[in-house]
Each structure stands twice: as structure tokens, then as C-alpha cells.
Write a protein that binds this ligand. Structure first.
Ligand SMILES: [Zn+2]
Length: 187
């Protein structure tokens, strides 16, 4: 998923060593590909001991389970993106949302890096309908969540923690807790 050509002028990029990392830079105009993480939001929705998951309808990982959410559009705050995505994907509004942590994942094998901010969400309704790029929504009892069928490993870890915290009624995480979720060990 690394671009080979300059997004500004179209020349072929060269690998350069900069700021202690390998980057791709345009020899003609100097444009540099930084591969910064792309911001996204996801919703952790738990009600009566069940977690809501959405089945992915599109690649990457089509058919696997995921938390509802998506990428921020230009100019949106995370909270605005959360409202828009939940409306689009499962047809509900957001009554309350509280930040619970970050998850870092690659968007598919070899894909770009996603930084997802997760929010514990109380929706305006428990009647969901799958739409947009979600093919199915389902409530899973917390003891029977198909963790291995959640393809994004960082998100899986964050959901497990959020669900554990939720069931134990532990107070909101301190700042340290926000940083416990690290990228998969393979990269
Ligand atoms: Zn260029």
C-alpha cells in the first residue's frame, strides 16, 4: 500500500533515509510519503451483557466481525465521525459517548496504519439495521464473543479490555490506561 509515484507531480518516488526512518520522497518536487496513521472511530456498544458487533461487508476482511465505525472525513471531529458512521452503518444516534482508548491496526495485510479512537457508546435505540458497508449486526453475550473472528488484532485487544472493564464496573481508565494498547507484535 506504499505509493510508488509522487502524489503531487507524478514522478517515481525514491527511498530515502530521513528522521531515522526509511521514507519515500519525490526527487523532482520533494514531496514525501510519511505513512502517518489514518484516524478512525469505533463504537463499543454493550447492553444487558451483550456486545454489538457488525459484520464487514467489504474488503479488507469482508465477512469478519468488527465494531461499528469508520474513518474521519476531512474537517470532522471524532465525535462527529462517530455519529455519522453509526447513523450510516447501523441506523442509530448517539445518546452518550465516552472515550475508552486507542487501537492501532493495519487496514488489511500490508495496508496502511489506522489509529482508531474507541468510544463506549449508549445509542439512541437498540433497534439496529445493517447498512452501508455492514452486512449484518448481532448482539453477542460477553462470554460468547467470537474474538478470533475479529480481524483487526489491535481492536480485538481494546474491545476485550473495554468489555472486561465494563462488566467489572471499574471507573474510567486513567491516562496510563489509554496507552496500554500497542500495535501487533509483528510490525
Ligand atoms: Zn513530486
Amino acid at each position: 500500500m506504499t505509493p510508488r509515484f509522487c502524489l503531487a507531480c507524478g514522478a517515481r518516488l525514491r527511498r530515502v533515509r530521513a528522521e531515522g526512518r526509511w521514507r519515500r520522497r519525490c526527487p523532482r518536487c520533494g514531496w514525501t510519503y510519511y505513512a502517518n496513521p489514518v484516524p478512525a472511530v469505533v463504537a463499543v456498544i454493550v447492553r444487558r451483557g451483550r456486545l454489538l458487533l457488525a459484520r464487514r461487508g467489504r474488503p479488507p476482511y469482508a465477512g469478519t466481525w468488527d465494531a461499528p465505525g469508520g474513518f474521519l472525513e476531512s474537517g470532522e471531529t471524532p465525535e462527529q465521525a462517530l455519529r455519522r458512521e453509526l447513523r450510516e452503518e447501523i441506523g442509530v444516534g448517539v445518546r452518550r459517548a465516552r472515550f475508552v482508548g486507542f487501537a492501532t491496526d493495519r487496514y488489511g495485510p500490508g495496508g496502511f496504519v489506522v489509529l482508531a479512537a474507541a468510544y463506549r457508546v449508549t445509542p439512541t435505540s437498540t433497534k439496529m439495521r445493517a447498512a452501508d458497508d455492514v452486512s449484518e449486526v448481532r448482539w453477542f453475550p460477553l462470554a460468547r464473543v467470537p474474538w478470533r473472528a475479529i480481524a483487526f488484532v489491535g481492536l480485538r485487544g481494546l474491545l476485550r479490555k473495554a468489555v472486561r472493564r465494563g462488566t467489572a464496573s471499574v471507573p474510567p481508565p486513567d491516562i496510563e490506561g489509554y496507552w496500554q494498547l500497542t500495535p501487533g507484535s509483528s510490525w
